[in-house]
Design a protein around this ligand. Structure first.
Ligand code: SF4
Ligand code: SF4
Length: 428
C-alpha cells in the first residue's frame, strides 16, 4: 500500500481554548441513526417523561447500539428524519425541563472479562468518536483464534484542519485517556499500545509520554503533521509498519485502532455508567466570530451552536460537520448534533472556484494515500463504466479529499469518487 500524504494548513485556532459547557437547551432532537450500522427503534412514546442517560432507542440487529437521552424532559414528537448522508430513521424530540435529572438506571458496569467488557461497551452507546462511527463493541469483539490482536493503536492524530476536540480531550482529561487504554489493554490482553499524535501537538505528546514513562508496553509516537495521518490504514501502518491489505480490516494484521476521545469516554462510562450523551464540538471557520470548544448535549441543533459562536448566517457560504477535507455539508441548520460529530465549521461566501480541464499533471495520483488514480476514476465515472471503476478499485477510496485539494484544475475528484462508489454498488 502506498502511504502518500500531503501538507495542508493546520488552522488549529481553538487549541488553547478550554472546553466550555453549553447551557441546557429548550429542546433536543435525537435521531435513531447516529453511526455506521442499523438504526434503532424508539423505546419511548410521545408524552413520556425521560431522564438523562435513559435508553430511548435500541435494536436487536448485530451492527447496532442503543441511543440514550441527553436531557431530562418530555417527549413531544417522534418524526421521520432524513440525515445529511441520506439515511432515514425516526427522530425523538424532547422538551427539556432544565433539571437534568439522571436516570435511576445509571450505575457503573461490572467488567471482569472480555464478554462483560463488550456488553458494557455496547450498552454505553459508544461508536468511534473520530467521525467514522464504527460500533466500538464490534471492533473490540475480535475472534482471538482467527485474528489474534497484539497492538492497540490510539488514533490521536486529529489531522483535519481546525478541529481540536481530541486535543482538548488529551489536555483536559489525560487520566481518562490513559485509564481507558489500560482497561481495554488489560481485559483484552493486548501486548503493545501505540498512542499516535501529530507533532503539531507537542503539549499532548509531552503530557501523555510523561504519564506512561514507567509502562514499557505503552509507546507515545510523534507523527509528522501530514494529511491524512489519522486515516485508519495510514495510522495503523505508521504505528506498526504493517500494511492493512485490500479487503482487510486492521484486525487482520493484529491491530485495533481506536480514537483517543473514544477511550476517554469509555473510561468515564466504566467509572460512572453514564452512556454517551454529550460531545465536545469545535466550532470554527472564517464566518465564526468566537471560535470555541463546547460541550453540548447530543441532539442540540447546529443553528443554536452557530448562533452561540457568533456566526453570521448572511455571510456564510457553507456549514460543515467535521473538517474541511472530509466534513459533510449540511443543508438544514436545524440538523442535530449526533454521536459522530466533533466539529462544526462555518465558511464565508467567496468567489466560486472555477473548474477547468484536467491538465494531466498527476498531482492527484501522487497525493492519494490509497494508491488510486483519481483522474482515471473520474473518467470512468463520466463514462458510467462500472467494470473500469472496479478495476481501478474505487472501493478503496477513503474519501480523504486529498486529490481534490491538490488539483490545480479544481476538479471535484473526491466527490466524484463517492458518486462512483454508489454507482458501482447499484450496478453490481
Ligand atoms: S479521496 Fe479517495 S481517491 Fe482522492 S486522495 Fe483520498 S483516497 Fe485517494
Ligand atoms: S490533479 Fe487535477 S489536473 Fe492534475 S491530473 Fe489530477 S485531475 Fe488532472
Amino acid at each position: 500500500m502506498s502511504l502518500n500524504c500531503i501538507r495542508i494548513p493546520h488552522k488549529k485556532n481553538t487549541e488553547n481554548f478550554e472546553t466550555i459547557r453549553y447551557p441546557v437547551p429548550d429542546t433536543v432532537s435525537i435521531p435513531m441513526s447516529q453511526h455506521m450500522g442499523v438504526h434503532c427503534e424508539p423505546l419511548v412514546s410521545v408524552g413520556d417523561e425521560v431522564k438523562v442517560g435513559q435508553k430511548i432507542g435500541d435494536s436487536e440487529a448485530f451492527m447496532s447500539m442503543p441511543v440514550h437521552s441527553s436531557v431530562s424532559g418530555k417527549v413531544v414528537a417522534i418524526d421521520d428524519y432524513l440525515s445529511s448522508n441520506g439515511r432515514k430513521c425516526k427522530c425523538i424530540k424532547i422538551e427539556c425541563d432544565g433539571k437534568q435529572t439522571v436516570s435511576e438506571d445509571i450505575k457503573p458496569p461490572v467488567i471482569t472479562d472480555k464478554a462483560s467488557l463488550i456488553k458494557a461497551v455496547r450498552e454505553s452507546g459508544c461508536c468511534g468518536l473520530g467521525g467514522a462511527g464504527f460500533p466500538t463493541h464490534i471492533k473490540l469483539n475480535f475472534d482471538e483464534n482467527k485474528t489474534p490482536i497484539d497492538s492497540l493503536v490510539i488514533n490521536a492524530a486529529e489531522c483535519e484542519p481546525y478541529i481540536t476536540s481530541d486535543y482538548r480531550e488529551m489536555i483536559e482529561n489525560p487520566n481518562d485517556v490513559i485509564n481507558g487504554i489500560k482497561t481495554i489493554q488489560n481485559i483484552l490482553k493486548i501486548e503493545k499500545v501505540y498512542i499516535c499524535i501529530e507533532n503539531n501537538k507537542p503539549k499532548a505528546i509531552e503530557l501523555l509520554s510523561s504519564m506512561t514513562a514507567s509502562d514499557a508496553s505503552i509507546n507515545v509516537i510523534s507523527l509528522s503533521s501530514l494529511y491524512p495521518q489519522g486515516a485508519e490504514k495510514v495510522i495503523a501502518y505508521n504505528a506498526t509498519k504493517r500494511t492493512v491489505k485490500e479487503g482487510e480490516l486492521p484486525s487482520h494484521q493484529g491491530i485495533i485502532v481506536i480514537n483517543v476521545s473514544t477511550v476517554a469516554f469509555l473510561n468515564r462510562y466504566f467509572k460512572t455508567g453514564m452512556p454517551l450523551t454529550w460531545r465536545r464540538i469545535t466550532i470554527d471557520g472564517d464566518a465564526v466570530k468566537s471560535p470555541c470548544n463546547v460541550k453540548v448535549p447530543i441532539g442540540i441543533s447546529i443553528a443554536e451552536l452557530l448562533k452561540f459562536a457568533g456566526c453570521e448566517e448572511s455571510k456564510t457560504r457553507k456549514v460543515l460537520t467535521g473538517g474541511p477535507m472530509m466534513g459533510m455539508c449540511i443543508y438544514d441548520l436545524n440538523t442535530p448534533v449526533i454521536k459522530t460529530n466533533n466539529a462544526i465549521l462555518a465558511l464565508k461566501k467567496d468567489k466560486k472556484e472555477v473548474q477547468t480541464n484536467c491538465i494531466r499533471c498527476g498531482r492527484c495520483i501522487n497525493a492519494c494515500p490509497a494508491g488510486l488514480m483519481p483522474t482515471e476514476l473520474e473518467k470512468a465515472y463520466q463514462q458510467k463504466d462500472a467494470d473500469r471503476l472496479k478495476e481501478l478499485k474505487v472501493n478503496l477510496c477513503m474519501n480523504c479529499g486529498s486529490c481534490s485539494y491538490v488539483c490545480p484544475a479544481k476538479r471535484n475528484l473526491a466527490e466524484t469518487n463517492q458518486l462512483a462508489k454508489m454507482f458501482v454498488s447499484e450496478n453490481n
